[in-house]
Design a protein around this ligand. Structure first.
Ligand code: APR
Length: 251
């Protein structure tokens, strides 16, 4: 793995600001299905049946089932963070507040690998959201239309704390700010097909960051990256992080 950090901003004297974007590919080797690979989630479920506000209004039980099934899978003993999750947690340890990890994933594998500076722009499986207040509460069991929040009177029904198609992703102001400050933008394990995440590399480029794609195969945005390295995340991410840390030591 050759780390070609082509365009450091001239005034970056100490460590650079690094923004990471991850997608389902970073969790694939942990045993969680991606969406668009063969055997992916969208082969067995239609987005319009389980991942839109309209789906939840017309058939909430199917939507609850879809997310209860995915949460149960996440809680299986075999599903553990892989070397890519740990390498990103190590990079955060080295960079501190110069590091942010934006994930499209709703699993908790980044946190279980030790990452703390994580933005879940599409929400999280292990929390539920009150339909009235919008408050998110930790939730680890199956839930159904019968469940009620504990934050309102009278108590309100709950929805999965997931951002559905047609809804605004979370913390977009913070995300755009971080992209504007990035010296290095690294995308890991995403097909680059769903916006706004698919457009982050363009923004990072416009602000002069160096941009790298680490993915099993070229994603839809691969021509926008300065560097595109293909391979399994559990291999290419630790290699890239090690080469990056070494390049900073040699600077
Ligand atoms: N290592 C690295 N990359 C991998 C691996 C692996 N082991 N396995 C698969 N990939 C890559 C695939 O080549 C693909 O480009 O991960 C990507 C997964 O793409 P998608 O299945 O489209 O998942 P993602 O990009 O995260 O989807 C984005 O779409 O459906 C919505 O909200 C959902 O957050 C999701 C968003």
């Amino acid at each position: 793995v050759v780390v070609k950090i082509a365009r450091w901003r001239p005034w970056v004297t100490d460590l650079p600001n690094v923004v990471i974007l991850t997608g389902a590919g970073v969790s694939a080797e942990s045993g969680l299905k991606t969406f668009r690979d063969s055997g992916g989630l969208w082969e067995n479920f239609r987005i319009e049946d389980v991942a839109t506000p309209e789906a939840f209004m017309t058939n909430p039980d199917l939507v609850y089932h879809f997310y209860n099934m995915r949460r149960k899978q996440l809680q299986e003993a075999a599903v553990q963070p892989n070397a890519a999750h740990y390498a990103l947690a190590e990079l955060e340890t080295q960079l501190g507040d110069k590091f942010i990890l934006i994930t499209q994933n709703v699993d908790d594998l980044h946190e279980r690998a030790g990452s703390e500076r994580v933005i879940h722009m599409h929400g999280q499986l292990r929390s539920a959201r009150c339909l009235s207040s919008g408050k998110a509460i930790p939730w680890d069991d199956d839930f159904s239309a019968a469940d009620r929040c504990s934050c309102c009177a009278p108590q309100s029904p709950l929805r999965p704390d997931i951002v559905w198609f047609g809804e605004m992703p979370m913390q977009m102001d913070e995300i755009y700010y971080k992209l504007s400050q990035a010296d290095l933008f690294i995308s890991v394990g995403t097909s680059g097909q769903v916006y706004p995440a698919a457009g982050f590399v363009q923004i990072a480029n416009e602000f002069g960051a160096d941009t790298v794609e680490l993915n099993l195969e070229p994603g839809d945005q691969h021509t926008s990256f300065n560097q595109s390295i293909h391979g399994h995340a559990s291999k290419v991410v630790p290699e890239f992080v090690a080469a990056l840390l070494q390049s900073w030591k040699d600077k």
